[in-house]
Write a protein that binds this ligand. Structure first.
Ligand SMILES: [Zn+2]
Ligand SMILES: [Zn+2]
Ligand SMILES: [Zn+2]
Ligand SMILES: [Zn+2]
Length: 385
């Protein structure tokens, strides 16, 4: 009966739709120039359709590559000269205002580096992109494309992070800065200027002004995928440390939660963990080719995994390689049990509640229970190969 009613309703709706469509004679009211989109792609840059792949100016609040374009004023669009819809005129004027604001607020980046930088800003990130060339899925993309592609990827991570762990926008006081350099000498300057620590490898400023600066050239990252993975790992650290109350837990005895979550996101997207945060980041570190789940299952099956009592004593950069893998798996298990609770646990850590007490308070497990349940879960669910 319900089905029949639904069908009748659907039929009625369709007829109503048709009636509306038929009110306009076919062909009338359609702008031949813009097909009623009301705007056209700016003809001044990225002329080939192929060059516009990944570029979505509407998705960003500022893009330095086209910011000075005299034709579109950095919006990427021109109002259709034939139909000139008022709402498009208004929308583009509003975007121009936003662009001008961002131009001013981002100026300090150029000033600190003493040259104009390729940079963009989206809803939650500021990205400086200095690599002129990047091969993405077997094709070279322009610097403009890569800037947009990485802003999109960062926003995707943000969406996933906040949805999975149920974090609110207002928990972040500032946008997250990511700075990707080509020259080691720029990384040298930028890490000092923006992260307060000098470093050749990736350098993070944790906490309230979250920033990640790295040299992303081919010597350090053989492929776009590796670079992407490194950024996902490190930006996860920034997200966790920046969200209220802002604090980095990795320099306390909570390294497993800090590293574990960062590995968890790369495992989620690639089934791979190959980014490590030892003091001197060395991109050649490898543990079981990054296949943490298989490695953890093997360790647990053989009874050779590092103990929870030991892991709960370590800071991020003192975790051994097997401990990095087990940390990812602890986080995996706790997220599986109850994802928002994992962040409650992190908040306790930020308040310096000892690991075993926090675990008891939030997940109602003592260390022995936790380890036993985790082991059983690993053996039951992780792949053997
Ligand atoms: Zn038009
Ligand atoms: Zn752009
Ligand atoms: Zn333009
Ligand atoms: Zn890390």
């Amino acid at each position: 009966m319900i089905r029949v009613l639904l069908l009748v309703l659907l039929a009625l709706l369709c007829t109503a739709g048709l009636a509306r469509a038929q009110e306009k004679p076919v062909g009338a009211g359609i702008c031949t120039k813009c097909k009623n989109v009301g705007r056209l792609v700016c003809p001044e840059h990225d002329k080939q359709a192929e060059e516009r792949l990944y570029i979505d100016e509407d998705a960003v609040e500022y893009c330095s590559v086209i910011a000075d374009c005299p034709v579109c004023a950095g919006t990427g669009w021109i109002v259709c000269p034939q139909c000139k819809p008022q709402e498009i005129v208004d929308a583009l004027a509003k975007k121009k205002e936003l662009l001008e604001k961002r131009r001013i607020s981002l100026k300090y980046l150029d000033e600190k580096m003493k040259r104009p930088l390729c940079k963009g800003e989206s809803a939650h990130f500021v990205l400086t992109w200095d690599l002129e060339k990047l091969k993405v899925e077997k094709k070279f993309v322009t610097q403009h494309q890569a800037l947009h592609l990485y802003l999109t990827r960062l926003e995707q991570l943000y969406t996933d992070y906040t949805a999975t762990l149920q974090v609110k926008d207002r928990e972040f006081a500032e946008k997250i800065r990511v700075l990707v350099w080509y020259l080691p000498s720029d990384q040298d300057v930028a890490s000092t200027v923006f992260c307060d620590i000098n470093g050749h490898g990736g350098v993070k400023l944790m906490g309230i002004h979250p920033t990640y600066s790295l040299c992303g050239n081919k010597q350090n990252f053989q492929s776009d995928e590796r670079l992407h993975r490194n950024i996902v790992h490190n930006v996860t650290h920034l997200l966790m440390s920046a969200q209220a109350p802002a604090a980095w837990i990795g320099n306390q005895k909570y390294g497993w939660a800090d590293e574990g979550l960062a590995h968890w996101f790369t495992d989620r997207y690639w089934n791979l963990c190959d980014t490590y945060c030892f003091q001197e980041q060395n991109t050649n570190v490898d543990f079981k080719s990054g296949h943490f789940k298989v490695a953890v299952r093997k360790m647990v099956a053989a009874g050779e995994q590092p103990s929870v009592a030991e892991i709960f004593q370590k800071t991020s950069d003192s975790l051994s390689l097997p401990m990095n893998a087990v940390s990812m798996s602890y986080v995996d298990f706790l997220i599986f049990k109850d994802a928002p609770k994992f962040l409650q646990l992190v908040r306790k850590f930020k308040d310096k509640v000892p690991g075993r007490e926090a675990l008891q308070q939030v997940y109602e497990m003592n260390l022995l229970d936790f380890e036993a349940q985790w082991k059983a879960w690993v053996l039951a669910t992780y792949p053997k190969l």
